[in-house]
Design a binder for this molecule. Structure first.
Ligand code: SF4
Length: 385
């Protein structure tokens, strides 16, 4: 049986041609309280958030993405990602402007270098929509669409002079808000650096403006292969017919696609929702990759889940989702500590070489270690290390 993806119709008075034009979507973005009031009956909490003005992280959405929440109740999952609430204004437990400590790992403009073999290249600070849980609020929404010439050059010089960097992750902001010409230039410049093996593109554009993923764009990335596309779907309802076409276009042109979701309170913090999302993604040939714990950035406490709850969700998925569709739960250790994998504990007793397990469905059994295992690297493998 094939999976069906819902079709989102253009707004009344908007032609199909305009609606499916990514530049029209971008130009027609909803950015102010009055823009949103034309399409939503704002709750007291949402109104209060808009009224607070400068204290609030910017609000923006394409008409397409706003459509996914229009006519829905105030506790709708998509609406929670899209519209601000007064909860964003309350002091949180651990509100951090820069939860990943990226400012400490910033050796050149626009470069975040935390792990030896890879770095982030922040190629824009602009996004088609601003997600209420965004980790990088200290950087995004400042309207610098593309780095200044000297910043761009310094970032490239840093990558060129750091031979350990084998992978460059284009991030921001959302790189796919840039023109084809700008993206082509970045890929071309990176491909002139012999030690850059992999280019990754982190983007939420297939979710919020899927019309941006044209044949030309997918083909251009393919010509600079290998380019990995990291999408950011959080809820199965975000997988519409247009979004499905966008991700499949990348795959059809030979660009592998992986998805990173964030577990969010009241949005997707239930195993059934993650399961539905993961199965649909896999059907579209997108590998569910990470299920992130929400970072404690400013104004996000109401959207965060507890680690215990996240572990419970992962445990339930274990028994009901194929390994191919399974995202890995992880937390970013605040202040630049890097990622830590979170795994439900199935071991209920451990003594010497004997471990007693209790599986996801309650079956208990022992696993005994062998008497000895050889940890030496075989000599014929040393050339590969
Ligand atoms: S698309 Fe990414 S960078 Fe932009 S607001 Fe959303 S989470 Fe933040």
């Amino acid at each position: 049986m094939s999976i069906q993806f819902p079709r989102i119709e253009p707004w009344p008075g908007i032609s199909q041609e305009e609606w499916t034009n990514w530049k029209w979507q971008s130009k027609s973005a909803l950015v102010s309280r009055s823009d949103f009031e034309k399409h939503f009956e704002l709750s007291a909490s949402e109104s209060q958030a808009f009224e607070s003005g400068a204290e609030l992280f910017r609000v923006r959405s394409t008409p397409y993405y706003a459509s996914l929440a229009m006519g829905r109740p105030q506790d709708d999952p998509i609406r929670k990602i899209l519209l601000p609430s007064s909860d964003e204004l309350s002091p949180g437990l651990q509100q951090m402007l820069d939860p990943l400590g990226e400012r400490q790992n910033n050796p050149a403009p626009r470069i975040i270098h935390r792990y030896d073999d890879r770095c982030l290249f922040l190629v824009t600070d602009f996004c088609s929509m601003y997600c209420r849980y965004c980790t990088r609020k200290h950087f995004t929404a400042q309207d610098q669409v593309f780095p200044a010439k000297d910043e761009y050059q310094q970032a490239l010089d840093y990558i060129r002079s750091t031979p350990k960097i084998a992978e460059v992750i284009l991030s921001g902001g959302d790189p796919l808000t840039l023109s084809d010409q700008k993206l082509e230039k970045i890929c071309y410049d990176l491909r002139q650096i012999p030690h850059v093996e992999i280019i990754r593109v982190g983007t939420r554009v297939p979710v919020v403006n899927p019309f941006r993923v044209t044949n030309e764009l997918a083909k251009m990335f393919r010509s600079h292969k290998p380019v990995y596309i990291m999408t950011h779907f959080n809820h199965p309802r975000e997988l519409t017919e247009s979004a499905a076409e966008a991700v499949e276009r990348f795959v059809d042109y030979g660009n592998p696609v992986f998805n990173q979701m964030v577990l969010l309170n009241g949005v997707n913090n239930h195993a059934a929702v993650v399961r539905a999302l993961s199965r649909r993604l896999l059907y579209l040939r997108v590998k569910p990759y990470y299920m992130h714990q929400c970072d404690p950035s400013e104004g996000t406490d109401h959207l965060r889940t507890s680690i215990d709850q996240s572990l419970e969700i992962q445990k339930q998925l274990w028994g009901s989702l194929s390994g191919l569709a399974m995202p890995n739960l992880s937390v970013d250790i605040p202040e630049g500590g890097g990622k830590a994998g979170l795994t439900p504990n199935f071991i209920i007793e451990h003594k010497g070489g004997r471990r007693r397990f209790c599986g996801w469905d309650g079956i208990e059994a022992d696993y005994l270690d062998p008497h000895e295992s050889n940890l030496e690297v075989p000599s014929d493998l040393t050339d590969w290390l």
